[in-house]
Design a protein around this ligand. Structure first.
Ligand SMILES: [Fe+2]
Ligand SMILES: [Fe+2]
Length: 212
């Protein structure tokens, strides 16, 4: 199926969501959109400027993905009711901006950790029984997750090449996960409505581990 056709299917499903799912979904998407917008900015700007040719090509591909994700999520949000203001989007935006640093290896490690976390969140949504009847939407989420898993692999590989150790990557991931847990506490209700469980799941849980 073409990207346009599947995007149309996903959008039709978003419109069909019953109110309680639509509101919960809007809450989570608001958070995700902050991440996509800041990732587009980060990859398209600071990292691209300071990378070698090979790195630049990988990072530009990621930046393109993030721009597509932001556009898709924006379209979905336009069809959803406004999410309750229980998620601090200002704090979210601040968190994403703080991920940026002149230390490229550290920046990449943070991006890898963040995208791994987004992957786990998307995996939960993709497995959700409540969302299962909305196959177009689930497919749309799976498409984003597929891209994010690749971003994790690319970012981790580049961070390792720039001198980070696997232990460094794990430490950065633990720090990002702890910050995300705080940031997403107000969204746990929405996650429970959609998936029957809370966010974030244990990053070491078997089903949620990202192969890198
Ligand atoms: Fe993304
Ligand atoms: Fe990403």
């Amino acid at each position: 199926m073409s990207r346009e056709a599947s995007a149309r299917d996903a959008l039709q499903d978003v419109v069909r969501l019953p109110n309680h799912l639509a509101t919960a979904f809007a809450t989570l998407l608001g958070f995700l959109l902050c991440g996509e917008e800041s990732a587009t900015h980060a990859f398209g700007d600071s990292l691209v400027r300071s990378s070698t040719d090979i790195e630049r090509a990988s990072l530009e591909a990621i930046a393109r993905d993030e721009a597509v994700h932001a556009c898709v999520i924006d379209q979905w949000l336009a069809k959803l009711p406004e999410g309750p203001a229980n998620l601090d989007l200002v704090a979210s935006r601040r968190f994403f901006m703080r991920l940026q640093t002149r230390d490229r290896a550290l920046h990449l490690a943070r991006i890898a950790a963040l995208d791994a976390s987004v992957c786990r969140m998307l995996s939960q949504l993709i497995r959700s029984t409540a969302l299962a009847p909305y196959r177009g939407l689930v497919f749309g989420l799976a498409r984003i997750r597929f891209d994010e898993a690749r971003h994790v692999r690319v970012s981790r590989a580049l961070a390792l090449r720039l001198g980070m150790s696997r232990e460094d990557l794990d430490a950065v991931a633990a720090d990002i996960d702890a910050q995300l847990a705080g940031l997403l506490t107000p969204a746990e209700g929405a996650m429970r409505v959609l998936t029957g469980s809370t966010f974030p799941p244990d990053r070491n849980a078997r089903d949620n581990r990202i192969a890198t």
